[in-house]
Design a protein around this ligand. Structure first.
Ligand code: ASP
Length: 305
């Protein structure tokens, strides 16, 4: 696979990757999903997750296995982190055992970039979600089903709706969509959950759902990140659904073949109605399916360095 690369070894976010590299990764994920033979990578991976995960952890594990890699999942409650070991020492310990890749999820925003300068030589880091920061592999798996569905990114209207401020998915995916050529990205949510600083070509803020999804080709709904806000700021679920929930009636205001996405986990009846989540326009399970291939493409790309 001829993919160019500007950043060596690590994947803290997608910021240093140029458009050609990003397109190459999305295309490679789609090709793998279509049956292209995967590379064989004779290296090991540790999954180190300091926050709960179903999709991302299992998907990284399956991706590594399909590439022939050895996978170790660390159960945090049984690790030395509970005895007070620093993360740096845990990482050095894993590297001393010859681990080649560290897939890490952590509540601290910016942790992957903070860790990169102190990583032992030979250890590649993949960010599986840092606080409210970034979720680069999620962004790739969001783009891949749209690409395989034939979406023309350059003419697409994409709405990302809900708890934008606390969502690492919104941050990484909006940036990837912009890099892939989407010129109409609508970030919509309650006024207090919109970002203060928006520096993204093609993106605009909306505090009204109907306007944000008007004629949209893609709507990505987000979960309310309760774990990243004080309980005083938790919305009442019924009123949130009334104002911000994607229902079949509201979806009728989008483009005819609008694709509906959600990174999961879904809170049914809160940000999205059952009939939409399970409906014909939903790509939610395609996102999950393509997630394994997106992560395979990332491992292959890192292995080239
Ligand atoms: N699974 C995604 C994440 O880890 C989205 C979510 O949790 O709402 O950020």
């Amino acid at each position: 696979m001829a993919l160019s690369k500007t950043s060596l070894r690590h994947l803290p976010d997608l910021n240093d990757l140029d458009a050609a590299t990003l397109e190459g990764l999305v295309d490679r994920a789609c090709a793998l999903a279509g049956g292209a033979p995967p590379q064989v990578i004779e290296q090991s991976v540790v999954n180190l997750f300091f926050e709960p995960s179903t999709r991302t952890r299992v998907s990284f594990e399956l991706a590594a296995q399909r590439l022939g890699m050895t996978v170790v999942n660390i159960e945090l409650e049984r690790s030395s982190a509970t005895k007070g070991e620093s993360l740096e020492d845990t990482v050095a310990t894993l590297a001393a055992m010859g681990i080649g890749h560290l897939v890490i999820r952590h509540p601290e925003t910016g942790l992957p970039r903070r860790l990169m300068p102190v990583l032992p030589a030979g250890l590649r880091l993949l960010n599986a979600g840092d606080g409210t920061g970034e979720h680069p592999s999620q962004a790739l798996l969001d783009a891949a089903p749209l690409r395989s569905n034939g979406l023309d990114f350059h003419h697409a209207r994409v709405a990302i709706v809900g708890d934008i401020r606390h969502s690492r998915v919104a941050r990484s995916s909006a940036r990837l969509f912009s890099r892939l050529g989407v010129a109409d990205i609508r970030l919509a949510g309650p006024a207090g959950w919109l970002p203060d600083d928006l520096d993204l070509p093609g993106a605009a803020l909306f505090d009204d759902l109907e306007r944000a999804i008007d004629q949209a080709d893609v709507i990505m709904m987000l979960r309310v990140q309760k774990e990243r806000m004080s309980p005083d700021d938790w919305p009442d679920q019924a009123s949130y659904h009334r104002q911000w929930g994607l229902t079949a009636e509201r979806l009728a205001g989008a483009a005819e073949n609008c694709r509906v996405m959600h990174p999961g986990p879904i809170n049914r009846g809160v940000e999205i109605a059952d009939s939409v989540a399970d409906g014909p326009q939903s790509l939610i399970l395609d996102q999950v399916r393509l997630g394994v291939y997106a992560r395979m493409a990332l491992f292959e790309w890192l292995a080239e360095s």
